[in-house]
Structures are given as structure tokens and as C-alpha cells.
Design a protein around this ligand. Structure first.
Ligand code: BDR
Ligand code: CA
Length: 309
């Protein structure tokens, strides 16, 4: 089993990603670290605890990280994810789970350095916690088995600004640190592929485990309605679950080794991932970027894993 630390800012798709990571037989989820992004650090931690309760996973530690991006003010996404971050799906539910003491970046460093070459990190929120871990202990770049982050858009088509994806926009300085850290096995799962991983009515119906079916249906309702109004299909993109899917089965995507940088000081382009496809910078590739995805195969995997007893 692959040992995984999942770093989240628990909005709707992070929440579904947590279900996938806990239930996957290929993964050993050794801890969840939370940050701020879609919602505040506090709300992300609460939502994470609620998800682990829903799925009856009492022993997975939840460790809180940064309450704000490295240099910027938080940029929440309540319009997409609802006031609570999970579309109001578990309102009225409270979690008694205790947050594990310590902070996210120290947890990452401790676990990676304890077992060099064995621990993978998947980030599905802004990259603040991982960037802080790299700043505190640069050697984790060499000792982490693999880092996969949901973020960026190599085709330059963003979802927050015309050119920037939410996670790289929310903390571009952090994304830049991660891209510059020299992590040998770094993968970007950006909007280029995640926008194709569309969860529709058909998939939701196929989730037969009652509690998970209800959660996915309720949490995604507003999100799917907005997509329907724009595109005529009841669907929502499984951005974050796809990053976990790529760890479970890397053959779901086709990757290209690219030299990528994140814009951090521009009026119009902050948070944009810039790919030097012509080699103008003369820099070697620093990240494997997912260019194509077998979306339907991924969505089937998601449904099968969620239905596992
Ligand atoms: C990313 O931003 C958030 O809204 C999602 O949870 C995902 O991590 C997509 O751009
Ligand atoms: Ca997210």
C-alpha cells in the first residue's frame, strides 16, 4: 500500500477525495493535514473531521496547518462550495473528534523523514503547508516518494481569473516554492484534465452505499445546478478526487515533463502556471503535467471504491 499524507482545504471535491483516499485499498492514509483555501482553516478541519466520522475512520490523524497563504489574504470560495464548504450537506452534524496537536508542515516533515522514499503527499488545496515544510526542511524534497497536487492550468484557461486556477491563485508564492524545490517526482493535476472528470447523475446513482450516496448527492447539488445552467448537463468536476486517482493508478493520465513557473507579481496573471514549451528559459523540466485523462475510467474507479464495504 502507498503511504499517503493528504493535504486539503475541505470543500466539496476535497471531501469526496477524502472518501476515495480512505476507502482505496491501494492507499494507507497516514494523516490528513488541513489548510485554508475554499474555506477557513477552522472550517476545513471541521469538514475533514465530519468526513472521517461519516466513513467511520476513527484513527486517521487530522493536523491543522496554516490559517493564511504565505503572503496574501485568504481568498475563500463560498460561491462554489457553500458557506460551510460542503454545500450544507452535513449541517446539524457535529464531530467529537480531536484534532492532533502540532502543525501540518511539521507533521509532513516528521513522516517523510521517518520513512525516506516511502511517503507520498497529495495536495488538493493551496500549497501553503507543503511550501512551509520545504522551507523548514528542504531535504524533504529528496525524501518524499511522490508529490501530486491539484492545481494550475497548463493551457492558460483558469477558473478564478481568465488564466489562473484557484489553488495556484490562492497562494502563488507557495506554488512557486513547491515548483522550485527540486522534487524529483512532482505531478501537476490541473484543470486541463480535472475539468473532464465530470461526475453526473449516472455516477451518483451508481453510488449505492446510502450515507455516501446521500452525501455526494446533497453536497454537489448547487455545484451541479450551476454547471447545468451554463452547459445543460447536471455535472460537477472531480478536481481533487482525480489527484488521488492519479496516485492510485497513474495510467489514468498521460503526463508530459515540463518546465513550469507560477506568476506571483502581475496585475492580470497572478497564479497562472506558465509552461516554457519552447525551452526559452533553458531550465530542465521540474514537473510532470497531466495532459490527458481517461475520465470515464477514473469515475468508474471512484464509484467502485466508494461502494466498497
Ligand atoms: C480547486 O479549487 C477548489 O475549488 C477545488 O476544491 C479544487 O481544489 C479547483 O480549481
Ligand atoms: Ca480543494
Amino acid at each position: 500500500k502507498k503511504k499517503l499524507i493528504l493535504d486539503v482545504d475541505t470543500g466539496i471535491d476535497d471531501a469526496i477525495g477524502i472518501l476515495l483516499a480512505v476507502k482505496s485499498e491501494e492507499l494507507d492514509l497516514i494523516g490528513i493535514t488541513t489548510g485554508c483555501g475554499n474555506v477557513s482553516l477552522e472550517a476545513a478541519a471541521v469538514n475533514t473531521c465530519k468526513m472521517l466520522d461519516l466513513i467511520n475512520a476513527p484513527s486517521i490523524p487530522v493536523v491543522k496547518g496554516s490559517a493564511a497563504p504565505l503572503k496574501r489574504q485568504p481568498h475563500f470560495e463560498h460561491k462554489v462550495h457553500g458557506t460551510d464548504g460542503i454545500g450544507g450537506a452535513l449541517q446539524g452534524v457535529t464531530s467529537e473528534r480531536e484534532i492532533t496537536p502540532g502543525d501540518a508542515s511539521s507533521f509532513m516533515i516528521e513522516k517523510v523523514m521517518e520513512r525516506p522514499g516511502e511517503v507520498s503527499i497529495v495536495c488538493t488545496g493551496p500549497l501553503t503547508n507543503l511550501a512551509k515544510a520545504i522551507q523548514q526542511q528542504p531535504a524533504i524534497a529528496d525524501h518524499v516518494k511522490e508529490v501530486i497536487y491539484m492545481g494550475g492550468a497548463i493551457n492558460g484557461i483558469g477558473n478564478v481569473t481568465p488564466v489562473a486556477e484557484f489553488n495556484t491563485f490562492a497562494d502563488p508564492e507557495a506554488a512557486s516554492i513547491v515548483l522550485e524545490a527540486g522534487i524529483p517526482n512532482l505531478t501537476q493535476v490541473g484543470l486541463d484534465v480535472t475539468k473532464q472528470a465530470l461526475l453526473t447523475e449516472k455516477h451518483i446513482k451508481a453510488i449505492t452505499e446510502p450515507a455516501l450516496h446521500d452525501f455526494v448527492k446533497q453536497s454537489t447539488a448547487t455545484y451541479r445546478k450551476a454547471f447545468y445552467e451554463q452547459n445543460g448537463i447536471w455535472a460537477c468536476a472531480m478536481h481533487d478526487p482525480l489527484a488521488i486517482g492519479v496516485l492510485i493508478d497513474s495510467t489514468l493520465v498521460k503526463k508530459t515533463a515540463c518546465s513550469v513557473a507560477v506568476e506571483t507579481s502581475s496585475t492580470f496573471c497572478d497564479g497562472m502556471t506558465v509552461w516554457d514549451r519552447q525551452g526559452k528559459w533553458g531550465k530542465p523540466a521540474n514537473v510532470q503535467v497531466c495532459m490527458e485523462v481517461e475520465a470515464e475510467r477514473f469515475l468508474s474507479l471512484l464509484v467502485v471504491v466508494l461502494n466498497r464495504s
